[in-house]
Unconditional design. Structure first.
Length: 340
């Protein structure tokens, strides 16, 4: 018999580190990890197998179908927002065609197993697009079905892949004789800006917050690319992992939608600096707008309405603003650079 496993793509990224560590420490899942880069050595003990490869490699994914019984896919691999703007066509290939490949794999596995494979997909506030700061202020906490006019390739990719997931969950091969038989169990989270104490930011447009922290901890100057009043919702990485795991575990019949907002706290860049300066007095942070990147930040909501996730599957973050900084971010980032 083929071994039953959890497949995690983008294993070496910020979310992948947290998710693999969490599942590995629980010890309940046999993890097959996939990433285009070599896996961090600290994660290898938690994985049944690591495959260095590309989600665009259909032959590689075909071998996975033959070798394993995949019960859940956490599809984390993507090219993030800032990097995607420099090469939008490459971002489309990875973010959309790669996701389509994984959804096809999930559909084949669902058919073979005669039960739906769970496909957990992290989307982003980049799926939203507000036209100006006035509209952003008026919108307040944005719901899942509002303001879906993204202005970045990454946001377009994420929104389209949400629709792909909905198609594979509800309409896949709808004209076939066996339509609806063992469709994919697609579940999606729209994340705010994510902040990790253990991995360095890698190309997200909301990364000015964590970059500020990491620079201050090293005593290095940082030039923030947005104005002090720029505001976004954020979440500590342990809560992002918790949301993924909790949504995956939720019974299908309690879920009233396929796509859920989740969030924790909302901060302006000035608020962020206040927290950073409290932890690292004299932090050398200045503000100099990169007008193009700031325009992207300004198109994203200042806050998210995550009431659907709270009502349907009991979502609640463990880390509010105070706990996030006092118990997770500051002590761990301080220790990271003290050791260095």
């Amino acid at each position: 018999m083929r071994e039953r496993v959890v497949l995690i793509t983008g294993a070496n990224g910020e979310v992948g580190h947290g998710l693999i560590t969490h599942l590995g420490e629980l010890g309940d899942a046999h993890i097959v990890a996939l990433d285009i880069q070599p896996l961090d050595e600290s994660l290898r003990p938690y994985c049944l197998r690591f495959i260095q490869g590309d989600i665009l490699d259909s032959m590689l994914l075909g071998r996975l179908i033959l070798e394993y019984e995949i019960g859940t896919i956490f599809h984390l691999a993507s090219i993030l927002s800032t990097r995607a703007e420099y090469n939008p066509e490459a971002a489309h290939r990875v973010n959309v065609e790669g996701t389509l490949n994984l959804l096809r794999l999930a559909a084949e596995q669902s058919s073979w197993q005669q039960k739906a494979v769970r496909f957990i997909y992290p989307s982003s506030i980049a799926a939203y697009g507000l036209p100006d700061l006035g509209a952003k202020a008026e919108a307040g906490k944005v719901r899942e079905d509002e303001h879906l006019q993204p202005i970045t390739m990454y946001g377009c990719n994420k929104l389209y892949c949400e629709h792909l997931g909905r198609y594979y969950a509800r309409y896949y091969k709808q004209l076939a004789a066996d339509a609806g038989h063992c469709n994919v169990d697609f579940r999606c989270l729209r994340f705010p800006g994510l902040i990790s104490a253990f991995t360095v930011p890698t190309g997200g447009t909301s990364d000015y917050g964590p970059e500020m922290l990491h620079h201050a901890a090293q005593g290095a100057p940082y030039e923030c690319f947005v104005q002090p009043g720029a505001q976004l919702p954020f979440m500590a990485m342990p809560d992002a992992v918790k949301a993924l795991v909790d949504l995956e575990a939720a019974p299908r019949d309690v879920l009233t939608r396929l796509i859920y907002n989740v969030t924790s706290f909302s901060l302006t860049a000035e608020d962020f600096l206040r927290e950073v300066d409290s932890a690292f007095p004299g932090a050398a942070v200045t503000f100099k707008s990169d007008l193009k990147r700031e325009a992207i930040v300004n198109s994203w909501p200042a806050d998210l309405d995550d009431s659907a996730a709270r009502e349907d599957w009991g979502w609640a973050p463990d880390y509010d603003l105070r706990r996030a900084f006092d118990e997770y971010l500051v002590p761990n980032i301080r220790e990271r650079y003290r050791a260095a």
